[in-house]
Ligand binder design. Structure first.
Ligand code: ACM
Ligand code: ZN
Length: 548
């Protein structure tokens, strides 16, 4: 007996945590294990009267799922007044209490034998505490399914994110994703504490957002006459393809995300990647068209005419409605891959460049500076509406006005340069964060991906997990890195099963890069939580994912 006790005493804290079911992803900042456990079956849920309705909804959902899974009802009610210094051991049941001293998005969970005390200062903190509690229970809780023990080990969890911006992107332009599919995407983001959804709503292959004042965008621009077959750029399957989100659907997605602590950042990619718009309104292009919604992938030379006032009138119409639909402070204006071929030949673009006295010099070419002019005009217009711009790292070339935020996609270089020059940046380097790249160098065994057979470009689970966003940045520039995002472009992805496969489980690794301090990251620990708990959760929820 003595020997057994001695052995038990030697079990390291992490192992003890694991045995008690703490396989939480992303790993909380601090966990102190105690003795004993709390029985969640039939536990009453109580919340401060001041909590937001969306927080109460999340709490009630957990109570409902525990009730369904255990067959014993958990009540949900406004808490009687609780002394601010009450300990979990003073309480009976689970309490969600406001503590305004906690930083935004942080939370604390104290679990004693009879009582649980959860504190946070706002919605995201409470929402994340609920996600953590859910992850401490058997996987069946996600589906209200029985089985397993319903005891929460006594412990204290103090948690909060490393980065304020924890993003995931989705491209519905190349292939369209229904509202239901988008919600399922948001669900898994929310489970792992991501808080920004970057929605790439327009591109050469389709315009996907209803704009009342410009109806042809969705009548024409949302549909293409076919889609290229595989990697054969000259081919088309000849099958009409398209779709768009109505204003009501957009509002529904924004609201759904907001309930889950996620801000939707819409992207209207400009001035390139605009064939969806040009096919609808050919007067917006330098040549006047005709243009077609593209049936192939790649970068089109046809872009918005920078010399025409009609372009700016069009963009104002679009941005006005975009701002009505999306409360996000940030609006993504794209700015990537804008060939300057047409601008060099266009009399209106050249007249504009003359008027602005643009010249090529060491800072950039005359046409790059014309793009700077477009960016600055849009930035100013949005600033008048209280909004800020995010742009792909190309907008750094030439001149950029203060206040813009850079999204670094061509590796980490753009983000590093931006931060050094005093701009905020979001790191989304293709080298680590492009989820349209294969998950394994064994590309033959993987579904189609944009890297084809270029094995060295694979973004494996371990690769994304090992990404350190502040690497290469001097101390004084580090504060400009707002966070990290992964991008999921969908040229070669046309089914929800394939989409989910590309997303998962890499999203879980991404969540630890976004949430955990560098010194807390440990691939072996992460991997164990994935294979021993999280995979079961994903399976129960009906996600398709790459198995480890
Ligand atoms: C991009 O991948 N063109 C931003
Ligand atoms: Zn032009």
């Amino acid at each position: 007996m003595k020997r057994i006790l001695l052995l038990l005493a030697l079990i390291p804290a992490t192992l003890a945590a694991k045995q008690q079911g703490l396989q939480i992803t992303p790993q909380p900042r601090e966990v102190q294990m105690g003795k004993g456990s709390f029985n969640a079956r039939g536990a009453g849920f109580n919340y401060s009267a001041g909590l937001e309705e969306r927080s109460v909804t999340a709490i009630a959902r957990l109570a409902d799922d525990i009730s369904a899974a255990t067959g014993k009802m958990s009540s949900v009610a406004i808490a009687a007044v609780v002394k601010p210094d009450a300990q979990a051991s003073d309480l009976k049941g689970i309490y969600f209490l406001e503590d305004k001293s906690l930083p935004e998005e942080n939370y604390r969970i104290e679990i004693a034998r009879k009582g649980v005390k959860v504190t946070a200062s706002g919605h995201n903190g409470f929402f994340y505490a609920v996600q953590t509690l859910r992850q401490m229970l058997p996987a069946g809780v996600y589906k209200g399914k029985g089985g397993g023990g319903w005891r929460l080990p006594c412990c204290t969890i103090t948690d909060g994110p490393r980065f304020a911006y924890r993003g995931m992107h989705l491209d519905p332009a190349r292939h369209f994703w229904s509202v239901e599919e988008t919600k399922k995407y948001l669900d898994v983001m929310a489970m792992y504490k991501l808080n920004r959804f970057h929605w790439h709503l327009t591109d050469d292959q389709g315009w996907r957002i209803e704009i009342k004042s410009r109806p042809e965008l969705t009548e024409k621009g949302a549909f293409r006459s076919g889609t290229q077959k595989g990697f054969d750029f000259g081919s088309s399957d000849g099958v009409r393809y398209g779709g768009y989100y109505t204003r009501e659907q957009i509002k529904e997605v924004v609201e759904y995300a907001w309930e889950r602590g996620i801000t939707v950042i819409p992207e209207v990619d400009l001035p390139g990647h605009m064939l969806g718009a040009l096919a609808s309104y050919p007067n917006l292009g330098c040549t006047g068209g005709p243009y077609e919604v593209w049936t192939r992938w790649g970068v089109s030379k046809d872009v918005l005419c920078a010399g025409s006032e009609e372009t700016f009138a069009f963009l104002k119409d679009v941005l006005d409605e975009l701002c009505e639909l999306f409360p996000s402070e940030y609006i993504h204006i794209g700015g990537d891959e804008c060939p300057k071929d047409r601008w060099k030949e266009c009399p209106r673009c050249q007249a504009r460049a003359d008027e602005l006295a643009l010249v090529s010099d060491e800072k950039g070419t005359r046409e790059q500076k014309l793009q700077n002019y477009v960016t600055a005009r849009i930035q100013r217009y949005l600033a008048g509406k209280g909004r800020r711009i995010i742009g792909w790292d190309e907008i750094l070339e030439g001149d950029l006005q203060p206040g813009a935020t850079i999204m670094s996609w061509r590796g980490t270089r753009g983000g590093i340069e931006a931060a050094k020059r005093g701009f905020d940046a979001i790191m989304a380097p293709n080298t680590y964060c492009y989820f349209d790249y294969a998950q394994s160098a064994d590309t033959d065994k993987e579904p189609a991906s944009i890297i084809r057979a270029r094995k060295e470009r694979a973004v494996t689970l371990e690769k994304i997990y090992g990404y350190e966003p502040l690497e290469g940045l001097p101390e004084e520039a580090r504060g400009h890195i707002l966070g990290v995002q992964a991008n999921l472009w969908t040229e070669y992805i046309s089914t929800p099963e394939h989409l989910e496969y590309m997303l998962l489980p890499r999203l879980l690794a991404l969540s630890e890069v976004q949430w955990c301090p560098a010194e807390k990251r440990d691939f072996a620990r992460f991997h164990e939580a994935l294979t021993e708990h999280q995979e079961e959760v994903l399976e129960l929820l009906g996600y398709n994912f790459r198995r480890e």
